[in-house]
Design a protein around this ligand. Structure first.
Ligand SMILES: [Zn+2]
Length: 296
């Protein structure tokens, strides 16, 4: 009797192990398939050491930023602008290893440090600039120096994407509706007047938006896309159904060098994958930890 039980248990264990392996294989395949049609976006701010009075998470040194770029180059990533990403997704091509690198706030070091490094690796960047700060030096919360119009225009002429980060950088969701036109329309107008080209994108300050913000943006046909603060990946479905809620995740210096960017990319793919399977956002974080342990 004992021998029989032992045999049954053994058979059961083997079947369970084979089943788990098959499930894992299928899961892996499905995940890789998802990655062929998904483009993550990375978010940076200041490419500098941390100036006095600044939150550390806004800054990554040029040396570490270059480590991130080297990693992307080594992995064979195609680094594109947001309009390019949307064209690629809409053409239903395989976009495995395609990524967007974005910068918020328009700090001058985006021009002096990030721009030359991006060019060095043949990458394109996306820069979201606060209208009222262009060319300014502000001393609120530590000294901040912002790019001027001729620097921004030069980047645009060399293939970089330029977009709006609103006029004031105040959260658009906390604003009286009658201020929204100024925040949203004015950058279109201002950048065209000062630099001679139309922008088509916006990155919401703090990633925050609501129905009223989207309704205001949709009034101006020049706007084609907007970045939310939600982690995940951009897919054909997202760029078609919710082009003003593109997915994006912040990259921070956690002391891991290239590993820090590798982890953020993995997070984007896993969040995006779970989202594509209809997993509620509240559960995504739990699911992510499980999946990361499987795909590692
Ligand atoms: Zn910002």
């Amino acid at each position: 009797m004992f021998k029989l039980c032992y045999r049954i248990l053994k058979v059961f264990l083997v079947v369970a192990a084979v089943g788990a392996m098959a499930w894992q294989g299928r899961f892996r395949e499905d995940f890789e398939q998802y990655k062929m049609h998904a483009i993550p976006a990375l978010m940076y701010h200041s490419i500098s050491t941390v100036p006095a009075g600044w939150p550390a998470d806004l800054c990554i040194t040029p040396e570490i930023f270059e480590e991130h770029l080297k990693y992307l180059k080594k992995q064979g990533y195609n680094v594109v602008t947001a309009p390019q990403a949307m064209v690629l997704l809409k053409s239903r091509q395989n976009v495995m290893n395609t990524v967007m690198i974005t910068f918020d706030d328009g700090y001058e070091n985006n021009y002096t440090k990030a721009f030359p490094l991006l060019k060095k690796y043949g990458f394109r960047g996306n820069f979201y600039v606060v209208g009222k700060d262009v060319g300014q030096v502000s001393s609120q919360d530590g000294v901040k120096t912002y790019m001027n119009f001729s620097q921004i225009k030069e980047m645009y002429q060399q293939g970089m994407e330029i977009g709006s980060h609103s006029m004031s950088h105040d959260p658009l969701t906390a604003m009286k509706p009658n201020f929204l036109p100024w925040e949203i329309y004015q950058p279109l107008n201002l950048f065209y007047e000062k630099m001679g080209f139309w922008i088509s994108g916006i990155a919401f300050p703090n990633g925050a938006f609501n129905e009223a913000v989207i309704a205001e943006i949709r009034k101006y046909i020049k706007y084609e896309y907007g970045f939310s603060g939600q982690a995940g990946c951009n897919t054909l479905q997202i760029v078609t159904d919710t082009p003003f809620a593109l997915r994006r995740a912040g990259v921070y210096d956690r002391g891991g060098g290239a590993t820090d960017v590798e982890k953020v990319l993995q997070k984007c793919y896993v969040y995006g994958y779970l989202e594509s399977k209809g997993v509620p956002v509240g559960l995504v974080d739990k699911g992510r930890r499980f999946i990361e342990s499987v795909v590692r």
